[in-house]
Design a binder for this molecule. Structure first.
Ligand code: ASP
Length: 338
């Protein structure tokens, strides 16, 4: 892991990149906080495309197939599906897809959603025995008049669409769960070092945006618990006129503020991607105060291809791939508590 100095260096560089990419045209005062809030004027700005960003360092492996699609002129929708599938299918990743940590009863139950540039979306929640819930979510979007299927119904739907059932509890995650059972302390802490949900946002060469989000949720969660990740507006939101956002961290806190929808709305009102993510984190702080001993991270990508992120605590990183870079960066975070 990066040490603090490296981290600060990266934050400073990442921050600079974001700020230059979203030059402030005017500065309004937000009356509720008395702080200056920059307002972007995006008209006439050149669009930087294609771009793909995704949460945590597993984003680096996810961005590879996503970028291949984007760089070959493919759609953002295909890119965000193909990208996160890689992480879902990685048995060594303990927070997404196969190998994901089970609930407290030992069932691996997965949540995912996807949203395209036409405002169409699909989701599955509490889906078991299917390795790639993101592709089932896409089928819900494309082949049904619905947005979300859950539990047994989602599984039956997946099987009807030809998805193969398989055991998702790997030996390693079973051993860890058995260890947890020794104390079975129910402490849904989203830690700072582990790499959690994958959320991915992309803009393609046509300038269309799409996003995806997929997770096994909190380790050892209550059976049936669903977090923000499959909830459109919480774990993910896309508005092709404005931008897209996704979230990671303690789902309950993200749902309480309709996190990703809020980030996109703030961008509609002129916030840069980083500022919008920061404001969403501040709303969570307002609700939870100093009890917010959990990690939250938002990423956002606007219609101009500018991106940014913000987290409650340090160490939230994300992968960026565009024509000039393919790298991991750290977001800015709420420094008052660190
Ligand atoms: N947001 C996910 C959830 O609450 C967890 C995570 O991002 O790690 O289910």
């Amino acid at each position: 892991m990066k040490n603090r100095r490296d981290f600060l260096k990266l934050t400073a560089l990442g921050g600079a990149a974001v700020v230059t990419g979203s030059l402030i045209q005017s500065c309004d005062t937000d009356k509720t906080k008395g702080t200056a809030v920059s307002k972007q004027d995006n008209k006439n700005k050149p669009i930087q495309k294609p771009v793909v960003i995704s949460t945590w360092d597993h984003g680096m492996q996810a961005n590879i197939p996503a970028w291949e699609i984007l760089n070959n002129g493919g759609s953002a929708l295909d890119a965000v599906e193909a990208g996160v599938r890689v992480v879902e299918s990685d048995p060594n990743n303990s927070s997404v897809g196969i190998g994901g940590a089970p609930d407290r009863e030992g069932n691996v139950s997965l949540d995912a959603c996807i949203m395209d540039h036409k405002g169409m979306c699909g989701a599955v929640a509490a889906l078991e025995n299917i390795e790639n819930p993101i592709s089932v979510a896409r089928k819900v979007m494309e082949d049904t008049p619905h947005v979300m299927l859950v539990g047994k119904g989602a599984l039956e739907f997946a099987i009807s669409k030809g998805f193969e059932e398989k055991n998702l509890l790997t030996e390693d995650s079973k051993l860890k769960w058995e260890k947890w059972l020794e104390t079975s302390k129910y402490e849904p802490i989203i830690n700072i070092e582990n790499h959690d949900t994958i959320g991915m946002l992309a803009i393609d060469s046509e300038g269309n945006l799409s996003g995806s989000c997929t997770t096994s949720g909190l380790a050892y969660k209550l059976r049936g618990r669903v977090g923000d990740s499959p909830i459109i507006g919480a774990g993910l939101f896309v508005d092709n006129e404005i931008g897209a956002a996704c979230a990671t961290g303690l789902g309950e806190a993200i749902i309480r503020i309709a996190g990703s929808a809020i980030v996109v709305e703030l961008m509609r009102h002129g916030y840069s991607p980083t500022e919008a993510c920061k404001e969403a984190v501040e709303r969570i702080i307002k609700i939870h105060g100093k009890d917010a001993a959990f990690q939250i991270g938002f990423l956002a990508l606007n219609k101009q291809g500018e991106y940014g992120g913000y987290s409650l605590f340090s160490q939230f990183n994300f992968a960026i791939t565009n024509k000039s870079k393919n790298e991991l960066a750290y977001t800015e975070y709420n420094k008052e508590w660190t």
